[in-house]
Design a binder for this molecule. Structure first.
Ligand SMILES: *Cc1c(COP(=O)(O)O)cnc(C)c1O
Length: 243
């Protein structure tokens, strides 16, 4: 298992490097986040031993279950799944960044809890750029107003935008939803909102990481290509499946 993970990681890093070369990107501007849903802590540890420094979980339960092993390792943990407001306090025990900020009520609750704890938190705003009903995230047209509104929540440090692109067997069908995230960022820049000068793009997964890099991704979130298939079927992309 260890050899397999090391091999897979090498392949993924090669894909990232190759894409950076082709699309004229600096490889230092693209981080790899291990998407570790359903992956046991022991298996994640192997990737950390191999040099990885960043991971993302989708569920509170998994954060909690894997914590005993992972907290001893030098790994930055993000939350990348849909976050229910009543789980905010729990999730904050484990992560330094939430990539799925998608509504005012969540921003408010996060800020309230963070103020209580006297700390800040990095956040990415999740945008639904594929217009699929099964996906969470703000509609693209809502993002600018949303940023202006959440600026009042001082404990939230807006790091960037996150999307789950449209997945399709045809590569060119996937690209528009990735490009759209970059365009939204450019529109935000054009607004000259005070305090918002640099935004990262978190996009690209096993299937579409090259295209995401082509469109400006700063963080690709990869699970399957490193840890293998979770299970067959499309259900995993329905974020509405209950925890
Ligand atoms: C599962 C997941 C990924 C990784 O997807 P793979 O296709 O397994 O690489 C990335 N981002 C989010 C939000 C996910 O839930």
């Amino acid at each position: 298992m260890k050899e397999q993970i090391i091999y897979n990681l090498k392949q993924v890093h090669q894909r990232i490097e190759e894409a950076c070369k082709i699309y004229g990107r600096d490889v230092n501007d693209v981080r790899l986040l291990l998407a570790t849903k359903t992956v046991p802590a022991e298996k994640i540890s192997l990737a950390i031993e191999a040099g990885e420094t960043l991971m993302g979980e989708n569920k509170m339960q998994e954060l909690r279950d894997k914590d005993a092993v992972l907290r001893q390792l030098n790994i930055e943990r993000h939350f990348i799944g849909h976050l229910q407001t009543n789980k905010v306090k729990d999730v904050l025990k484990y992560v330094t960044c939430i990539q799925s900020l998608d509504r005012i009520s969540l921003a408010q609750e996060l800020d309230k809890q963070l103020q209580k704890e006297g700390r800040n938190l990095d956040v990415f705003i999740q945008v639904n750029t594929s217009f699929e009903e099964s996906k969470f995230g703000l509609a693209p047209s809502e993002v600018i107003a949303f940023i202006k509104e959440i600026k009042q929540y001082k404990a939230l440090k807006i790091k960037g935008l996150m999307t789950i692109g449209l997945l399709d067997v045809e590569k060119e069908k996937m690209r528009p939803s990735l490009r759209l995230l970059r365009e939204i960022r450019d529109e935000i820049y054009a607004e000259n909102i005070e305090g918002i000068s640099h935004l990262e793009l978190s996009m690209g997964m096993s299937q579409d990481l090259e295209l995401a890099i082509a469109e400006g991704s700063n963080m690709v979130r990869v699970g399957t290509s490193i840890f293998g298939n979770r299970f067959l079927g499309k259900e995993i992309w329905n974020e509405n499946i209950a925890e």
